[in-house]
Write a protein that binds this ligand. Structure first.
Ligand SMILES: Nc1ncnc2c1ncn2[C@@H]1O[C@H](COP(=O)(O)OS(=O)(=O)O)[C@@H](OP(=O)(O)O)[C@H]1O
Length: 323
């Protein structure tokens, strides 16, 4: 691992070590830290980018970026949406609408080689993709990096080969193409065991695995319930004039302030419909129709249906560059 990348960056890679959401006892403490990390990130990296899915975590992260950029005069980073070909349809409409509204340059990262095979053969999620039909670049990842020996793998996101090719390889290629040195993402300590030891600035410097870069993770300290608190008390009132400044928590999609519709609120319609997290169309389940923020957040799971979370799959994917 190279120790001199990026030479000019001055961040503390141990910041957040051994901490958990409880070390930030109020929403104010959590927000203060998010702003501090975001500000340092925008200041220290030449070309940071934010990983944005339209999900609640990355949208909250983008809110802090917008605030910091506007207050301190930084350029807003490009937002990278990794299109893995299995998103809910409404998600791209959501990100395009809010990118436009917030003046964000949005780019799509895709593994085009896999995409072309899927398209040409009309594959559905779960169908097999033969390894030897893919490019040398993808075969290198499958054989040398993942050490996967079978002839084919399923076109599914939440699997070892599928997730790596559709998301990590697409991300790595985008880092290279846009020369990105800081990847700002919305990962949180409480959402996944494999993310519980992350620090606010985290190095990814091994050039054999990815274009060397750092991860900037401003909302590690937010538990799921804090994310919703931040939305209804800060993000939404700051974005939608008709919302009271002191915050307001709607009980349903028809319980918005006079004249406001769901489309005016920077929260994906999927959360209004009861989804707690937005993975892929085939891997994400909802267990109730109740809006996400009203569900029993502490007593039930946020990531129902995510096969990635099984065994040590997430750990292995993350070692190879996943978020
Ligand atoms: N496809 C894609 N495109 C761009 N950015 C992405 C992508 N997948 C993950 N991320 C980034 O990682 C954050 C956490 O993602 P998740 O926990 O929902 O992802 S997953 O469980 O690993 O699928 C995620 O934030 P949220 O999606 O808001 O949770 C992003 O900052």
């Amino acid at each position: 691992m190279s120790n001199d990348f990026p030479a000019s960056v001055d961040v503390d890679y141990t910041d957040g070590e051994g901490e958990s959401p409880d070390d930030y006892p109020s929403i104010q403490h959590k927000i203060e830290k998010a702003v501090e990390v975001t500000r340092r990130g925008l200041e220290q990296y030449d070309n940071p980018a934010v990983m944005w899915t339209g999900g609640k975590d990355s949208t909250l992260t983008l809110y802090f970026i917008n605030q910091v950029a506007e207050e301190y005069g930084y350029e807003k980073p490009t937002a990278v949406f990794i299109d893995h070909f299995q998103h809910f349809d409404s998600i791209t409409d959501f990100v395009e609408h809010w990118a436009d509204e917030w003046g964000i340059d949005l780019v799509y990262a895709r593994n085009d080689d896999v995409g072309a095979y899927v398209e040409e053969h009309g594959l559905e999620p779960g169908d097999d993709i033969p390894v030897d039909a893919l490019s040398e670049h993808n075969q290198h990842h499958i054989r040398e990096i993942l050490e996967f020996e079978e002839d084919a793998f399923p076109f599914l996101l939440d699997t070892y080969v599928g997730n790596h090719l559709l998301k990590t390889v697409a991300l790595n290629d985008a880092l290279e193409e846009y020369d990105i040195d800081g990847v700002i993402s919305g990962v949180r300590w409480d959402e996944q065991e494999a993310r519980a030891d992350e620090t606010f600035f985290s190095p990814r410097h091994d050039p054999d695995l990815f274009p060397p870069h750092d991860r900037i993770q401003p909302i590690l300290q937010f538990a799921e319930t804090d994310v919703w608190d931040a939305f209804w008390n800060f993000v939404v009132p700051d974005t939608v004039d008709a919302f009271p400044d002191e915050g307001y928590i709607p009980q349903a999609d028809d319980d918005l302030p006079e004249g406001v519709t769901q489309a005016d609120v920077p929260i994906s319609p999927k959360y209004f419909a009861g989804f707690r997290s937005l993975g892929s169309e085939v891997s994400t389940e909802k267990t109730t129709e109740e809006p996400a923020w009203l569900q029993n957040l502490e007593g039930t799971t946020e990531r129902a249906g995510r096969a990635q979370d099984k065994e040590d799959l997430m750990e292995r994917l993350r070692d190879l560059g996943y978020m």
